[in-house]
Write a protein that binds this ligand. Structure first.
Ligand SMILES: [Zn+2]
Length: 179
């Protein structure tokens, strides 16, 4: 490619990137965009992975052959853990705020994600997998818990026969909500 063409390409890329970003400019939203819509390998996910590994749990990551590609798969416990970003998965919590620009786009997008989550949940249940959802707000924001509490909640859930559950941030202290 000629140097001139390379320069033009770069200009075009920058222009495209900045116009996309300009639509959703709040820093909070931008940082969520950077984490990626599928939200793999996010910081909360790494905290959970590291903590459970230290406690001796072994797992597979993002197995493609399971509905929803669960973040952590515990074959031995027939259990999966999802670490969900509160924005992308539309969690009803203080970390979730509708973006002010392009409201229709975001309502459709988040709505689709929620429908997909519910569908995957149903498919996994049919296949006999227990499911725990750890929401981002359990580890981040004003309602967060100490990471070790969240990790021990996950460990406790793995070792029992409890069915599906979720761990979210709240003001009263940690609890394991069951579906
Ligand atoms: Zn949340």
């Amino acid at each position: 490619m000629s140097p001139r063409l390379v320069r033009m390409r770069r200009l075009l890329d920058n222009a495209t990137a900045s116009s996309c970003m300009a639509d959703v400019v709040t820093p909070a939203v931008r940082s969520r965009m950077m984490a990626g819509i599928r939200g793999k390998n996010t910081k909360p996910e790494l905290v959970i992975r590291k903590g459970l590994h230290l406690q001796g749990f072994r797992y597979r990551l993002h197995r493609r052959n399971l509905p929803g590609r669960p973040d952590l798969v515990f074959q031995k416990h027939r259990a999966v853990i999802f670490v969900n970003g509160c924005f992308w998965h539309g969690h009803d919590c203080p970390l979730f705020k509708w973006p002010t620009s392009r409201p229709d786009f975001w309502r459709e997008k988040i709505g689709q994600n929620k429908v997909r989550d519910a569908r995957n949940h149903g498919k996994l249940s049919e296949l006999g997998w227990r499911q725990l959802t750890v929401w981002e707000c359990a580890l981040k924001g004003r309602n967060r818990h100490p990471a070790e509490d969240v990790i021990s909640r996950c460990a406790g859930w793995l070792l029992t026969a409890e069915r599906d559950g979720e761990v979210a941030g709240n003001e009263e202290g940690i609890s394991l909500g069951l579906f």
